[in-house]
Design a protein around this ligand. Structure first.
Ligand code: NOJ
Length: 552
């Protein structure tokens, strides 16, 4: 393969149709019994993922970190945190994954480091106006004695986005005060990160998921935000509002992406995906132009409720906008920052992104959640493009919604003094064996967040080989997705079956029918490949909140 081939987003590239499974290392499997997941634990459970039928793994950060934001506060980008293991453990899990035919994607956190990173410590030591300070955003404050922050920006996790240091200057942190933002206007920062990319690529990583990819460039002069309503997602602002926010989605980001892309293209067959909460999709699509990211998370899809008309619009818009720049669309329902989709999609008033559900909130209807969650997964996995799964969703795992405050660890909880409970509810260690300590997560029974009792019933061993279980459903979906090449297919709506309460699309030789209810729907003729209905004896009709795949 020539370098030119390697750099295109051409059909046939693995990421265009891949199902990518997110491992949140803290909560997947604990190999040493300390209650915290680790890479040895992952290695021991890797066969279960190849059996599931995924194509790639994305690891949330496992680099050295004080863990103030669960690893998204990195103090050494080229080493592992001892909590998760060693570089040799990484090599070993990578090589086993490759033997099993799985690609491995590493998380890159370029917007900010930990305040424990040597570069930030040097900046603090070196003083005002020094070259060391120019790696980050330091500024004098407003007010007579500089006692007010330099502008009105708010941290995504709550409170001001600036913290004052002893010599009177302030530093910027869009997230926690332990996560100072890099100044990408300093070319040394770019050089540093190119080195980080090469480090993991040389070790054999197949690509990167790039954290807060839309925040790296700040508007010159760091002007005030006009409306203070904006959150991390931008999803509470008008999605049709194209105006760039002073620290989200600035045009200058594209040069940085192109720089990353050049480095990646020095290697064969590697890819990078942007985590960028940018709306609308037409703007998001600019992130995946030919010489930029290979893919971007489709958060507009994630934010869409289980509702026929809107879902159809978002699918059309995604295929159109990403297609227009030659990129595959991606699809995603859950990750470590949002309420797990089986709970979210059935919950009446969905809290804003980044908020969870606490014990005092109205509690979800578990059965309804299972129905809608399974249906939403089956609807998504039939779509052409690449899909992201979050660990535990193949078990139908719901959000932990009764987690007591004393266990909470998300900085959002602390920075808002408990007003927003934060994201811990989707990060709870997953259950493997119903009758083992910590449901098989850890031999000692330790678990960094306590698992709710209802996780027992979702354990993998209770579902393995059980017809109609969510695990077997996912396996069937992934297997038919592959055998019918749905990831590379073309979507065609069956308009006669697209109403306010039903949707149907054809992708290659598979017809996907979804019933949003309330009535049951007579199914078209054909061999049913897979249905989300628990009662597999129901034939010929599709109940509400159910999906069927039919072979044409
Ligand atoms: C997005 C990550 O997914 C989230 O978990 C983290 O808190 C922020 N970026 C800050 O790095």
């Amino acid at each position: 393969m020539t370098l030119a081939d390697a750099s295109t987003n051409a059909p046939g590239k693995w990421w265009r149709n891949a199902v990518i499974y997110q491992i949140y290392p803290r909560s997947f499997a604990d190999g040493n019994g300390d209650g915290m997941g680790d890479l040895k634990g992952v290695e021991g459970r890797l066969e279960s993922l190849s059996e599931l039928g995924i194509d790639a793994i994305w690891f949330s950060p496992f680099m050295s970190s004080p863990q103030k934001d669960a690893g998204y506060d990195v103090s050494d980008y080229t080493d592992l945190d001892p909590l998760f293991g060693t570089l040799e453990d990484f090599d070993s899990v990578l090589s086993k994954a490759h033997d099993l035919g799985l690609k491995v994607i590493v998380d890159l956190v370029p917007n900010h480091s930990s305040s424990e990173h040597p570069l930030f410590k040097a900046a603090l030591r070196a003083g005002k106006g020094s070259p060391e300070r120019s790696y980050y955003h330091f500024a004098d404050g407003k007010g007579e004695d500089g006692e007010l922050p330099p502008n009105n920006w708010q941290s995504v996790f709550g409170g001001p986005a600036w913290t004052r240091i002893d010599d009177g200057q302030w530093y910027l942190h869009i997230f926690d005060s332990s996560q100072p933002d890099f100044n990408w206007g300093n070319p040394e920062v770019e050089k540093f990160f190119h080195g980080v990319l090469r480090f993991w690529l040389d070790r054999g990583a197949d690509g990167f998921r790039v954290d807060v990819a839309h925040a790296l460039i700040k508007e010159p002069g760091l002007p005030d935000v006009e409306e203070l309503s904006s959150s991390m997602t931008g999803s509470d602002s008008d999605p049709k509002d194209e105006k760039a926010h002073p620290h989200w989605g600035q045009e200058g980001v594209h040069d940085i992406i192109r720089g990353f892309r050049k480095v990646i293209d020095e290697y064969d067959n590697r890819a990078m995906a942007a985590e960028a909460w940018i709306l609308p999709l037409s703007k998001m699509a600019k992130w995946v132009r030919e010489d930029e990211y290979h893919q971007a998370f489709n958060f507009e899809y994630l934010a869409t409720e289980w509702e026929a008309k809107r879902l159809k619009e978002v699918v059309d818009e995604s295929l159109f906008e990403f297609g227009a720049v030659g990129a595959p669309s991606t699809w995603v329902l859950s990750n470590h920052d949002v309420i797990r989709h089986v709970t979210r999609l059935s919950y009446k008033e969905i809290p804003k992104q980044g908020d969870g559900i606490g014990p005092d909130y109205p509690q979800p209807d578990e059965a309804k959640g299972q129905r809608i969650g399974r249906a939403a997964s089956a609807f998504m996995l039939g779509l052409p493009g690449s899909s992201y799964l979050y660990q535990g969703e193949e078990l139908g795992l719901p959000e932990h919604t009764t987690l007591e405050s004393e266990y909470r660890q998300d900085p959002t909880f602390f920075r808002t003094k408990g007003e927003r409970v934060g994201r811990d509810g989707c990060r709870v260690p997953i259950p493997w064996e119903a009758d083992s300590p910590a449901f098989g997560f850890s031999e000692t029974g330790k678990s960094w967040l306590p698992q709710p009792e209802n996780y027992r019933g979702y354990s993998r061993d209770r579902q393995q080989g059980v017809a109609g279980s969510t695990l077997e459903l996912y396996k069937r979906l992934l297997s038919f997705r592959k055998s019918n090449a749905l990831g590379d297919g073309n979507l065609e709506w069956i308009e006669s079956l697209c109403t306010d309460s039903t949707l149907a699309y054809k992708n290659n030789s598979v017809l996907v029918v979804a019933n949003f209810g309330p009535d049951s729907l007579a199914l078209p003729e054909g061999e049913i490949l897979v249905t989300t209905q628990h009662d597999l004896s129901i034939e010929g009709v599709l109940e509400h909140d159910q999906v069927a795949w039919i072979k044409l």
